[in-house]
Design a protein around this ligand. Structure first.
Ligand code: ZN
Length: 204
């Protein structure tokens, strides 16, 4: 009997503590939004007196120090945040996923641009591979994904050119359309999408 009652007491204590932390964090966030930096700072301090290893509370304190109203704002701030103690503490206690996010906030604008274009380049290569696959095997399941990816790439490299080529149907001598991507013909001229692979036609 005693062994079952003990854990439930612990659970209750934990629940009330985490409720308290949650409430304090919420009040802190609201104060941040209102640019009440000192007030927000105090709330984050109260959280840390309950949970000294709460990385989000350290990041909250950091926000009050550099005066940004949300943690996403850290990415745009001009301070070298990696030098600040709250940032170091947050990095120390963050799990791997949160640490990655925090690392992104610390990038300089140039580094951020470089990371962005590297990401785009990788996505572009994946998309080109998919284009080859679709053309070789005429894999209709991949057709829509390919169009979506090209749209996401925006103006990167020749993405828009490829997109125009594959979504512009070929008009045969009989006036019927043939899908430039999956190669299937016999489509009525008024069709707005390919009956075979489902991509939307964009006529030029
Ligand atoms: Zn098609």
């Amino acid at each position: 009997m005693e062994s079952t009652s003990k854990p439930s007491v612990t659970t209750n204590v934990q629940t009330s503590t985490s409720n308290q932390v949650e409430t304090l964090m919420k009040r802190a966030q609201l104060s941040l939004e209102d640019h009440e930096w000192d007030r927000a700072y105090d709330f984050f301090e109260q959280v840390l007196s309950i949970e000294p290893e709460n990385p989000r509370a350290y990041i909250g304190k950091l926000c009050t120090e550099v005066k940004v109203s949300s943690e996403e704002g850290l990415a745009e701030c001009a301070y070298q945040i990696t030098e600040l103690n709250s940032y170091k503490r947050a990095m120390q206690f963050a799990d791997e996923r949160y640490r990655k996010t925090l690392e992104k906030y610390a990038l300089t604008p140039e580094e951020r641009r470089a990371a962005y274009s590297e990401e785009k380049e990788q996505q572009y290569k994946i998309t080109l591979d998919r284009l080859e696959l679709v053309k070789r095997r005429q894999d209709i399941k991949e057709c829509k994904t390919l169009v979506d990816e090209l749209e996401q790439l925006g103006d990167y490299n020749d993405s828009q050119l490829i997109l125009r080529e594959i979504t512009n149907p070929i008009v045969g001598d009989d006036g019927l359309l043939k899908c430039a991507l999956c190669g299937r013909g016999s489509q009525q001229p008024n069709r707005t999408m390919c009956w075979n692979c489902g991509i939307e036609f964009r006529r030029e």
